[in-house]
Write a new protein. Structure first.
Lengths: 141, 107
């Protein structure tokens, strides 16, 4: 489910979760085996725009977050409602941004209440719920 | 990252859209500004009747409301699956969203 990535598409070691499932609000249409980058810098989670289109998610709002592109003005980005599921960890319905990206960004809205432990020398990490942290099916690489 | 971003000016609003995102000339964006203008016009009354709740605005009218944003979103996805319905919180404060994140990727 997880890996610490240092030599693949990221320039720095990153906490990446594989096998993420995105569904519509009814949980009927879904896309599986998606890759997600844990992003503690993001207030909101982001899903790839092509996934929004594949699932026929409907835009419900636009917002202009700060920080995506500090060199430019704020930009209007579409917001969707989607279920994000990480097997063995959490399934939550969130208001997310749709952006042209290849992977998901799991922001603080998804991560709320979870504990992330990073072992930098070993390039490993654990993500889990307090209290049942040790019992989570997390992989140490 | 900024290379694939250009500005799309929208008349009447100091807003821009992401070039390469499929939003250029997106009718949804125009609908959003229309519905949001209608929402803001009705906001003083909504603040009296349902402060803190979420409302669904369609064709300038509030068609549904709920304390639970996600319950409202689910109903809109059932009843207005292919229509743009604005979902807004009845509040005078706008959330400040920070995304200190990797941005859009080049196609």
């Amino acid at each position: 489910m997880s890996r610490a990535s240092g030599k693949e598409k990221y320039s720095l070691p990153a906490v990446v979760i594989d096998g993420v499932v995105i569904s519509d609000t009814a949980g009927v249409s879904h896309r599986e085996r998606l890759s997600a980058l844990v992003d503690i810098g993001a207030d909101r989670s982001v899903i790839p725009l092509h996934v929004c289109n594949d699932l026929n998610l409907q835009t419900r709002r636009f917002a202009s977050p700060r920080g995506f592109d500090p060199q430019a003005e704020r930009r209007s980005i579409p917001e969707y409602y989607a279920l994000i599921r990480v097997e063995g960890l959490r399934e939550v319905l969130l208001r997310v941004f749709g952006v042209p990206r290849s992977n998901i960004l799991l922001g603080r809205d998804f991560l709320t209440g979870l504990t992330l432990v990073v072992d930098s020398p070993r390039l490993t990490w654990r993500l889990g719920c307090p209290g049942i942290f040790g019992k989570m099916a997390l992989r140490l690489l | 990252m900024a290379d694939n971003l250009k500005e799309l000016k929208v008349i009447g609003e100091p807003q821009v859209a992401l070039i390469g995102s499929g939003l250029e000339g997106d009718p949804m964006l125009a609908q959003f500004f229309q519905e949001r203008a209608a929402f803001r016009k009705q906001l003083p009354e909504l603040l009296k009747t349902c402060p803190g709740q979420y409302v669904a605005v369609y064709q300038g009218r509030v068609i549904d409301q709920d304390k639970d944003e996600f319950a409202l979103a689910r109903r809109m996805d059932i009843g207005y699956r292919h229509e743009f319905v604005l979902i807004e919180k009845v509040s005078i404060e706008e959330d400040e969203i920070r995304m200190e994140s990797p941005g859009p990727e080049s196609p």
